[in-house]
Design a binder for this molecule. Sequence first.
Ligand code: CAO
Length: 415
Amino acid sequence: MGKALDGVRILDFTHVQSGPTCTQLLAWFGADVIKVERAGAGDITREQLRDIPDVDSLYFTMLNHNKRSVTIDTKNPEGKQVLEALIQKCDVLVENFAPGALDRMGFTWERIQELNPRMIVASVKGFGPGPYEDCKVYENVAQCAGGAASTTGFDDGPPVVTGAQIGDSGTGLHLALGIVTALYQRTQTGRGQRVLAAMQDGVLNLCRVKLRDQQRLERTGVMKEYPQYPNGKFGEAVPRAGNASGGGQPGWILKCKGWETDPNAYIYFITQAPVWAKICNVIGKEEWATDPDYATPAARLPRLKEIFAEIERWTMTKTKFEAMQILNKYDIPCGPILSMKEIAEEPSLRQTGTIVEVDHPTRGKYLTVGNPIKLSDSPTEVKRSPLLGEHTDEVMAELGYSPEQISALRTAGAI
Ligand code: CAO
């Protein structure tokens, strides 16, 4: 079966996490992704957080599936010529170097346009134009500058970053959408264009509801679904909301049976208004369904702490999975707090290809997260990440270089 992006060639100049997540998605959708790395070194993540000596790390392998790897020294004049040949052959160049690095290499937007006017140049940067545009940025910097850290954690503690890599992988997703959109527009215009996804912007986009709350706070001085209400104080900026729901249905994380020894024996419980009477029945507080102090969402808001404490008395008598089973019978929205171990072992995630076991020539078998986006006419087959320079000769031959030329370029240190 064909793939959605069959025939699209991506010159993948990405490294670390944000850019590689983007090009991995495009590869899963069928694009030919040619990853350019420096000979001898490669993407720095190949050697970061290694669990097996001298073997590509899980950090690298889990972000670079379905790609080909070529080594080119793009600062060597002959290496530059190889890169020029690749620019002429590819549809998209994706990069996430520090600001200005591509220009310093001699590949400005103008130069790339000269070489290939259809080329789409897609970049991840930490910040868009403005005071921080020249800064190097990693995940947690973006989380802090994009509004996530100031709104995550508990009110009596410091700002907290989240384990979800919203700065890196989140921005990679944004960039991937920008690229396929630009490819679509190119079918009308015949022209390439620049695509920029700034990590601060990507994080802020994911924190959209917090900017909503900032404006609500400025207008009303209070946010009744936040744990600070009714007894705490609100300041000028959106506070950290602990585990409160970001939406209009109050929720909280509650202890389940075994919480004393299992750090993940918890459930997220949502007191959705339409099922309030069912919640009251399940927890044995039938009278709350009609009591005017509890019967309406507005009446419940100042009593959320007391309500969740009462629900928790019930959840503590059940394991998180028992609670799930009971609550789901009544359509009460809830979710178990799953550990990574539980997720890795979950059979249904294996069946859908969301968790995939991959074999690697030097590492052996390992687990990875497959494509979270499922296309019915373009199924994803997850293929192992390339070894450093594994496809240099193959790609050079496709560019028209003879074996003798390839060998000369290698001797000259260009590839
Ligand atoms: N041949 C020769 N030189 C190469 C090369 C190749 N194949 N590939 C890269 N280089 C060079 C670059 O040209 C650059 O050289 P100059 O500094 O002389 O211009 C140099 O390698 C290093 O690039 P860098 O500055 O991007 O790398 P770094 O490790 O210092 O910084 C990072 C890493 C991530 C902080 C930075 O790239 C960045 O801010 N990127 C944008 C934001 C981003 O994507 N951050 C998320 C990363 S994932 O957490």
